[in-house]
Design a protein around this ligand. Structure first.
Ligand code: UD1
Ligand code: UDP
Length: 364
């Protein structure tokens, strides 16, 4: 009984270990295939070291490029590995180019696909992630939905077979790791931050980074707000800020602290102790909700609608005035309902279901 897991980017390295641990506990062999989509130390190896993930069996070294280049190269190389390894099931996470390439490579050679974080939709097909989600769900055999809403989204598209509401592995991961983070992280001291006296920000979405006007408005909102803002910067964003001649403005602002991307433990601590979070990340929106930190999202739409409905996430888009208003005034009133994202046992449920399916395959 063998499964193969395909990962390639930061959030996938964070989600995978908790599921991998379960496979190991049940004695199921797992081949880990890393596409190499992310490769800088702070975007890649740091998570393998900190979360004690075994070294990937394969690193395909695809690296950066256009969507067509990345997805095409991944498809070719993943197929070669899958033909050699012949796993019973391939597991993919989320909505990245690595996700889609992994699912497509597997299904074309009749290997079953399990999609973790299935059924999410933001209903904006201009986002590459939305295309990756829709296509991956369409060709998956097992669809592990993180929320009830995700199940409904799939139903609406006629996908009902193989769908399981298991909860969100990111809730499991955050809840399990926050206690280790609290013991080991020194990030607040090293940056010189006091709890609840700063705002944490992340930016990396293509529609923000690859559009000078959007990025300029975001930079101006940060600088004009006068609030202490900590920005662990994604390499994509650093590159585009430099290209648009905006990096110096940001780095020289007295109220903005720009750092390299941080480890997962440091990020959890920065999130939990922030007064507010400003982000365009999918994962960070949820972590803000899990830690009851008000979130301002630099997008017009989100796939994590629950966080908005419950009043903890404000969709500011990239309007300067709206961002500044939210930094000063946005205060959630109600409670958060983390159980909407499951009971913290998503990874156990996923592996239990997959192990039963593997047994059925062995018997047949
Ligand atoms: C990708 C995912 C996105 C996910 C994000 C997580 C797709 C289409 N996008 O976006 O859904 O939210 O990962 O962080 O799959 N770069 C480096 N070093 C690295 C990685 C990237 O310098 O280790 C730079 C390169 O200039 C590269 C750019 O960042 O061209 C974008 O990287 P890429 O992996 O294509 O997309 P992300 O924006 O990281
Ligand atoms: N994260 C991290 N260090 C950082 C920024 C983010 O460890 O410097 C973590 C964050 O806590 C979350 C995940 O990375 O668990 C989110 O990844 P990202 O924002 O890159 O992608 P998305 O979730 O939008 O796909």
């Amino acid at each position: 009984m063998k499964v193969a897991t395909i990962v390639g980017v930061r959030p996938e390295f964070i989600k995978m270990p908790i599921v991998t641990k379960e496979f190991r506990r049940l004695g199921i062999e797992e081949v880990i295939i890393h596409t190499g989509q992310h490769y800088d130390y702070e975007m890649d190896k740091i998570f393998f070291e900190q979360l004690k993930i075994p070294e990937p069996h394969y690193n395909l070294g695809i690296g950066s490029g256009t969507h067509g280049y990345q997805t095409g190269e991944m498809l070719k190389k993943i197929e070669e590995v899958l033909i050699k390894e012949r796993p019973e099931i391939v597991i993919v996470y989320g909505d990245t180019n690595s996700t889609l390439a992994g699912a497509l490579a597997a299904t074309k050679i009749h290997i079953q696909v399990a999609h973790v974080e299935a059924g999410l939709r933001c209903f904006d097909k201009k986002m590459p992630e939305e295309i990756n989600r829709i296509l991956t769900d369409r060709i998956s055999d097992y669809l592990f939905a993180p929320t009830e809403r995700a199940v409904k989204n799939l139903e609406r598209e006629g996908i009902t077979s193989g769908v399981y509401f298991v909860g969100d592995v990111m809730l499991d991961v955050a809840m399990q790791n926050i206690k280790f983070a609290e013991k080991s992280s020194k990030i607040l001291e090293s940056i010189g931050l006091k709890k609840k006296e700063y705002i944490l920000a992340t930016i990396h979405r293509a529609e923000n980074t690859d559009n000078r006007e959007n990025l300029k408005r975001i930079v101006e909102a940060f600088v004009n707000s006068g609030e202490k803002i900590v920005l662990p910067i994604h390499p994509r964003t650093r590159k585009m800020l430099a290209q648009y001649l905006l990096l110096e403005k940001l780095e020289s602002a007295k109220n903005v602290i720009v750092t390299n991307p941080v480890s997962y433990f440091d990020m959890l601590i920065l999130e939990k102790n922030a007064r507010k979070i400003i982000t365009d990340s999918g994962g960070v929106q949820k972590e803000a909700y899990f830690f009851k930190v008000p979130c301002i999202t630099l997008r017009e739409k989100t796939e994590w609608i629950e966080t908005v409905e419950d009043g903890w996430n404000f969709l500011a888009g990239t309007k300067k005035g709206k961002i500044v208003w939210a930094i000063e005034n946005f205060e959630p009133k109600g409670k958060t309902y983390p159980h909407k994202f499951g009971d913290g046992k998503a990874s156990e449920k996923i592996v239990k279901i997959l192990s039963e399916k593997l047994l059925e395959k062995c018997d047949s």
